[in-house]
Every structure is written in structure tokens, then in C-alpha cells.
Design a protein around this ligand. Structure first.
Ligand code: PBG
Length: 303
């Protein structure tokens, strides 16, 4: 009689990759999530594959940061190296690379800065360059999370011009300016050094605007659309499911994970039970794919 069943292959497992000269470190606010060197990212990918997970999403921490995030298109960067190593070791795993400047810029914003503000259009060619670099390394999908207007079209045409039309785009289409990203910014060392992301991420109060943002990404050539965060936005997921035919992803973000872990650690909730309930609710709302730090725990538990 059960109407909604979450399968391991619905889940996408995010991994943080650091340069090989750094230590493997667990994120304080995200127990069980680590900053991995390339070899550990490969090990984690293999563990995920054995548990039934079929896609990983890679975030990179560069050797150095600058104003334009130039380390992000270094062909020897941690994400590029991890893509190559994972594709060699676990070729059946789909590899998705996050595209954004915030992990790579010294100011921590998702685009380049002009006059104390993010310059949308000047950012587009840089995002395209980064996406191309990940595609060249062997990524199956690139996933722009920057929320600049027009980036899906810019990345699509850059990929097509480089004869890489088979590389897909998973677009963070409706990404809200959220307090739930806090732990991620510790993991990715990407907190903005001034101001906030409200000039490019969305007002949590707006669902009609969210649908408009998704529509633009569809027109620009997105292959997968996304709503992020997931839990406070289940109504947005449902509305997107009803309006659009493309595969729909939802991001069960770092703060949502951290709350469950923290409360379970104190014995205030049953962590496994709440994890199951959360993932089921996101799928019930209409998501085809769920990006979640719980991916391997969930998949291992149901095996
Ligand atoms: C980068 C990015 C963020 C997340 C994914 N990509 C953080 C942000 O926008 O500040 C958040 C993911 C999470 O919280 O788990 N722009």
C-alpha cells in the first residue's frame, strides 16, 4: 500500500574535495561528512556505489583563492583530479561537478565583484570556463549553483562549442537565500566576507518567482532542474513537479542534515527514523532526485 518509496538510485551524494597536501578533516557541524583528498573521495565513491548510489556531486576547495576564482579552472585542481580518479576507479558512477565561484574567491561571493556588488554578466564567462574544465576532466554533468542570470545558456553554448553537447546541466534553478547553508560554508570554506547572497539568491517568501526562475533555466537548456533547500520548500517542489516535465532534483541541504544529527546526538529524536521520514517527504512532494549527505547511510540501512 505504500505510495512513496525512496531508492538508493534516487539519491545524489555530495563530496568535498581538498588539495592532497591537506589533512582529511571531519566537518564539525556535519558529523560523518569530511573534507576529502582525492584518494579518499575515490574511496567514498566506491563505498557509495557498493551501497547502491549512482551519482556523486563534487565540491572543491582550491590551493589558493583570488578575486576571480581562477583556481577553479586549473586542470590539475582537486575537483578535476577527483573526476579523473573516480571515473577511472568507479566508471559506472555518474559524476556531477558543482559550478560556482564562492569556494574559489577570496571574498566568498558566487560571482566577481565590481563596486562592492556582484557583477552578474562579468561572471558568466568565468562560470563557463570552470564548467568546461570539469567537462574536460570527464564530468557527466555540471551543476551551476551560483544563481547568476543567464549562466545555463552561457554554459550550454560553451559546452556545445567545445563538442561536449553530451555533458548535461543540473541547474540550481530555484535556490533560496537560506540560513540552512551555514554548515556547508564551514565545509566549503565559502562564507561571504562582506554582505550576503540576497542580491542573487531568492527571497524565501516567493514561490511564483521560483517558478519563473525555473522556467528561465528550462528555456536556457537545463537538463535537470532543482529546488533548494528542500524541507522548507516542499510546496515549491510540488509546484515545480506539476508545472515542468524535466527531472526535478531537491537539495536536502547541510543545515537540514546538521539539525537531525545534532538532535539525534542528544537523544532528542531518533535520527534514522527522522532521516527516513525527511527523504520520503521530499520524494512525496515530487522530487525525482534528492541530493543528500544522508545518501550512503540511507542506502546502507535499507540494504
Ligand atoms: C555554493 C553552494 C552552496 C550550497 C551548494 N552550493 C552554499 C551557498 O550558496 O552559500 C549549499 C549546500 C548545502 O548547504 O548543503 N553557492
Amino acid at each position: 500500500m505504500r505510495e512513496t518509496i525512496v531508492n538508493p538510485e534516487d539519491l545524489i551524494y555530495p563530496l568535498f574535495v581538498v588539495p592532497d597536501n591537506r589533512a582529511r578533516v571531519e566537518i564539525r557541524s556535519m558529523p560523518g561528512v569530511w573534507q576529502n583528498r582525492v584518494r579518499e573521495a575515490v574511496d567514498e565513491t566506491r563505498r557509495a556505489y557498493d551501497a547502491g548510489i549512482r551519482a556523486v556531486l563534487l565540491f572543491g576547495l582550491p590551493e589558493f583563492k583570488d578575486a576571480i576564482g581562477s583556481a577553479s579552472w586549473d586542470p590539475a585542481g582537486p575537483v578535476q583530479a577527483a573526476i579523473e580518479a573516480i571515473k577511472r576507479a568507479v566508471p559506472q558512477m555518474s559524476v556531477i561537478a558543482d559550478v560556482c565561484l564562492c569556494e574559489y574567491t577570496d571574498h566568498g561571493h558566487c560571482g566577481v565583484i565590481a563596486d562592492q556588488d556582484v557583477d552578474n554578466d562579468a561572471t558568466l564567462p568565468l562560470l563557463a570556463k570552470q564548467a568546461l574544465s570539469f567537462a574536460n576532466a570527464g564530468a557527466d554533468f555540471v551543476a551551476p549553483s551560483d544563481m547568476m542570470d543567464g549562466r545555463v545558456a552561457a554554459i550550454r553554448s560553451a559546452l556545445d562549442d567545445a563538442q561536449m553537447s553530451e555533458v548535461g546541466i543540473m541547474a540550481y534553478s530555484a535556490k533560496f537565500a537560506s540560513g540552512f547553508y551555514g554548515p556547508f560554508r564551514e565545509a566549503a570554506e565559502s562564507a561571504p566576507q562582506f554582505g550576503d547572497r540576497r542580491t542573487y539568491q531568492m527571497d524565501p517568501a516567493n514561490i511564483r518567482e521560483a517558478l519563473r526562475e525555473i522556467e528561465l533555466d528550462v528555456e536556457e537548456g537545463a537538463d535537470i532542474i532543482m529546488v533548494k533547500p528542500a524541507l522548507s520548500y516542499l510546496d515549491v517542489i510540488r509546484a515545480a513537479r506539476e508545472r515542468f516535465d524535466l527531472p526535478l532534483a531537491a537539495y536536502n541541504v547541510s543545515g537540514e542534515y546538521a539539525m537531525v544529527k545534532a538532535a539525534a546526538e542528544r537523544g532528542w529524536i531518533d535520527g534514522t527514523r527522522v532521516m527516513n521520514e525527511i527523504l520520503t517527504s521530499i520524494k512525496r512532494a515530487g522530487a525525482d532526485l534528492i541530493i543528500t549527505y544522508f545518501a550512503v547511510d540511507f542506502a546502507s540501512a535499507i540494504r
